[in-house]
Design a protein around this ligand. Structure first.
Ligand SMILES: *Cc1c(COP(=O)(O)O)cnc(C)c1O
Length: 398
């Protein structure tokens, strides 16, 4: 059966950033449990990616499974225009309590939550200001508004030239006097900035780079001085990944959350903002996705955040940080922050070749560019973590 299915997949189904027809066949997954993916041929792989950083509690978590089943017995979906439901209200209550922000817009993916954040900023200025400032090396999603604030080189700006809005780019974040001076200068040079948008502490898909909190604090200071809103994209860093519940949410006027929000069960994202931002909008916020605040997704998010609220994730992420540091300490070009481990190589990796090496080691990794990295589920045992770092090391030397 799988021969036939894979042939259909190859010819008819697009995979992320893939050509048509596909060149490298994907691996068929039939089920998953804990941190393990089960393949059609019976092999099991430890998921070092947590399904693109989302499945923080692993697969088939009994509490989230139960919450989604229970919701399914009541209603899978209902429109959010003119109607509401308890799950959305309770989740909004929790997210505002946790972040200190006042209002929540539920979006159906991270990219859309970034689009909504950009609309908030533009509506804040009633369209009089349209330029955003960000720094190089960022990633904010694949829709057009989001792409325009991604790294101009890695984000394929040349491919979309003329289509993307043109924004202001600061150098890659690093806490040096030169960097600080360059950022201060950009604020001086652009008195028409509508807002600032960055990923705090960790730049994810733009290059898996880390920067110290001083970089975000400087933006906060400059946003205060110049009276422009600061958008923090914590779609990757939110919900414990870097060792704290959020990387820098306390600095945000507008905050984007996604990925781990539902524990990786369902697509859901959120854009939060302060009352001060909401009060300045020119009328209603002009966005409203069909599947806004989908009840199955809000049920999964409530269950996932419920698990986080017992605080066990804190010691798990610290334990994973220790394990990753131990496993990667002798590897040149490696770095670790929270439950994120990265090996940066000198040259681009052969994704298919490296993936095959990882699979031989019983581990699922999905490198990109010159980066072999892991963002495992928080429940990953020390033993499985060792297998992940061994696989990463083998990949790096393959
Ligand atoms: C993944 C990601 C996005 C985009 O989210 P999607 O759900 O893929 O649209 C935006 N910003 C950051 C920081 C991300 O990591």
């Amino acid at each position: 059966m799988w021969d036939e299915l894979l042939e259909l997949d190859r010819g008819r189904v697009w995979h992320p950033y893939g050509p048509m027809p596909a060149v490298v066949p994907p691996l068929p997954v039939v089920s998953a449990e804990g941190v393990r993916l089960k393949l059609a041929d019976g092999r099991e792989l430890i998921d070092g990616m947590a399904s693109w950083w989302c499945a923080i509690h692993g697969y088939r978590n009994p509490e989230i499974d139960e919450a989604v089943r229970e919701q399914l017995d009541r209603m899978a979906h209902v429109m959010f225009g003119g109607l509401t439901h308890e799950g959305a209200i309770r989740l909004a209550e929790r997210l505002t309590d946790w972040t200190g922000l006042d209002h929540v817009f539920f979006a159906d993916s991270g990219s859309v939550s970034v689009e909504v954040a950009i609309k908030l900023v533009l509506q804040y200025w009633h369209g009089e200001r349209r330029k955003l400032l960000t720094w190089r090396g960022g990633y904010h999603g694949d829709t057009f508004g989001a792409m325009a604030v991604c790294d101009p080189d890695g984000g394929m700006h040349s491919m979309w030239k003329g289509t993307l809005a043109e924004h202001v780019f600061a150098p890659l974040p690093e806490w040096t006097p030169e960097w600080e001076q360059a950022v201060r200068q950009l604020f001086e040079d652009h008195d028409d900035l509508a807002g600032v948008i960055v990923e705090p502490i960790v730049q994810g898909a733009g290059g898996m780079r880390f920067h110290p909190p001083e970089c975000v604090a400087l933006l906060r200071e400059l946003c205060d001085t110049h009276e422009v809103p600061l958008v923090l994209d914590e779609i990757a860093t939110g919900f414990g990944r870097t060792g704290t519940l959020f990387a820098a949410a306390e600095h945000a006027d507008i905050l984007c959350l996604g990925k781990a929000l539902t524990g990786g069960y369902m697509t859901l994202a959120a854009t939060l903002c302060t009352a001060a931002v909401a009060e300045r909008l020119n009328g209603p916020l002009m966005h409203g996705p069909t599947f806004m605040a989908n009840p199955l997704a809000t049920a999964a998010a409530l269950a996932s955040t419920n698990i986080l609220s017992n605080g066990a994730w804190r010691s798990d992420v610290a334990r994973i940080e220790t394990g990753l540091s131990a496993g990667l300490q002798d590897v040149s070009g490696s770095r670790v922050k929270g439950a994120i481990g990265v090996i940066e190589l000198d040259a681009p990796v052969d994704v298919a070749g490296v993936t095959a090496v990882a699979v031989e080691h019983g581990v699922w990794l999905r490198p990109f560019r010159n980066l072999i990295y892991t963002m495992p589920p928080y429940i990953t045992s020390d033993e499985d973590l060792t297998r992940i770092t061994e696989a990463m090391v083998a990949c790096a030397s393959s």
